[in-house]
Design a protein. Structure first.
Length: 243
C-alpha cells in the first residue's frame, strides 16, 4: 500500500492571516456580541488554532478594538466616496449620498451577519411600505420605515409595523425597538421614550477629525432647530423610502 503524502500547510503572509482573523472576529462579534463571543469561536470561524488567533489578533479586547477600527475606516471611506460623487458641491445632495452609502454599508454588514430583516407590504401588488430592521439580542430593531404617499390614507407604515410586531413575537423575540427620535407617529407605540447611548469611533487621522467636526456640527444644528422651531417635533409622519 502506497502512503499518501500529507498536503503541506499553506504559509500565508502575516497581513493575510490578520485579515482572516479580523473577518472571523467581525462575524462572531456581530452574531454574539462582545461578552457572548469567545476566542475559541473566532478560531473556529477562521479555521485556525487559538494560538494563531492570539498571535495575529492579540487579546479579546485588542481584537475587538481592531475590528471597530477597521470597520469604521471602511465605513468612512465608503461614505466619503459616495459624497464626493456629486460635482455640484450641493450640501444637501452630498448629505443624501453619504446617508445612502451609510445605510448600504450597514445593510451589507447586517446581511453578512444574518441579522438584516427587510419587510415589504404590498397593496394590489404594488409595494406600499418598506421596513429595514436588524435582529439582535432577542430584539427586532427598526432602523427605517417608509411608505408610498398614494397609500397614505390607509397608514401602510403603521400596518406594516403592526405585522412586524406580531412576527417578532411569533419568532420568540422579547422586544421591538423603534430607533430614532421621538415623533408624533411613533409615540402611540410606546409609553415613554428611552435614551439611547451612542458610541462613535473615529480612526486616527485628519479625515476623522473632519468627520468628528461634522458630527458635532450636525448635533449642534439639530439642537438649535429644536429650540427655535419646537412645533416641528410634533409633525406627523412624512414619506420616506429605504434603498
Amino acid at each position: 500500500m502506497t502512503p499518501t503524502a500529507r498536503p503541506a500547510r499553506q504559509r500565508l503572509a502575516p497581513e493575510v492571516r490578520r485579515r482572516q482573523v479580523l473577518d472571523a472576529a467581525v462575524a462572531v462579534f456581530s452574531e454574539q456580541g462582545f461578552h457572548g463571543a469567545s476566542m475559541d469561536d473566532v478560531a473556529a470561524r477562521a479555521g485556525l488554532s487559538k494560538p494563531m488567533v492570539y498571535a495575529h489578533g492579540g487579546s479579546k479586547d485588542e481584537l475587538f478594538a481592531a475590528c471597530l477600527h477597521r470597520e469604521a475606516e471602511r465605513l468612512l471611506r465608503s461614505v466619503e466616496a459616495a459624497a464626493t460623487e456629486d460635482t455640484s458641491n450641493d450640501p444637501q445632495t452630498r448629505l443624501w449620498l453619504g446617508l445612502r452609502a451609510f445605510f448600504h454599508a450597514y445593510a451589507r454588514h447586517a446581511a453578512r451577519a444574518g441579522v438584516l430583516r427587510i419587510a415589504v407590504m404590498r397593496i394590489g401588488g404594488t409595494p406600499a411600505a418598506v421596513q429595514l430592521s436588524a435582529e439582535s439580542h432577542a430584539a427586532l430593531n427598526q432602523l427605517r420605515i417608509g411608505y408610498d404617499d398614494q397609500f397614505a390614507r390607509v397608514s401602510p407604515g403603521q400596518l406594516l409595523m403592526l405585522h412586524m410586531v406580531d412576527w417578532a413575537l411569533g419568532r420568540g423575540l422579547e422586544r421591538y425597538e423603534i430607533l430614532g427620535k421621538e415623533e408624533a407617529w411613533n409615540r402611540q407605540w410606546k409609553a415613554e421614550p428611552r435614551p439611547l447611548l451612542r458610541v462613535m469611533t473615529f480612526p486616527p487621522g485628519a479625515r476623522s477629525l473632519a468627520a468628528l467636526g461634522v458630527r458635532l456640527g450636525e448635533a449642534a444644528g439639530y439642537r438649535l432647530r429644536s429650540y427655535r422651531r419646537p412645533s416641528e417635533a410634533d409633525s406627523g409622519e412624512s414619506s420616506a423610502s429605504v434603498t
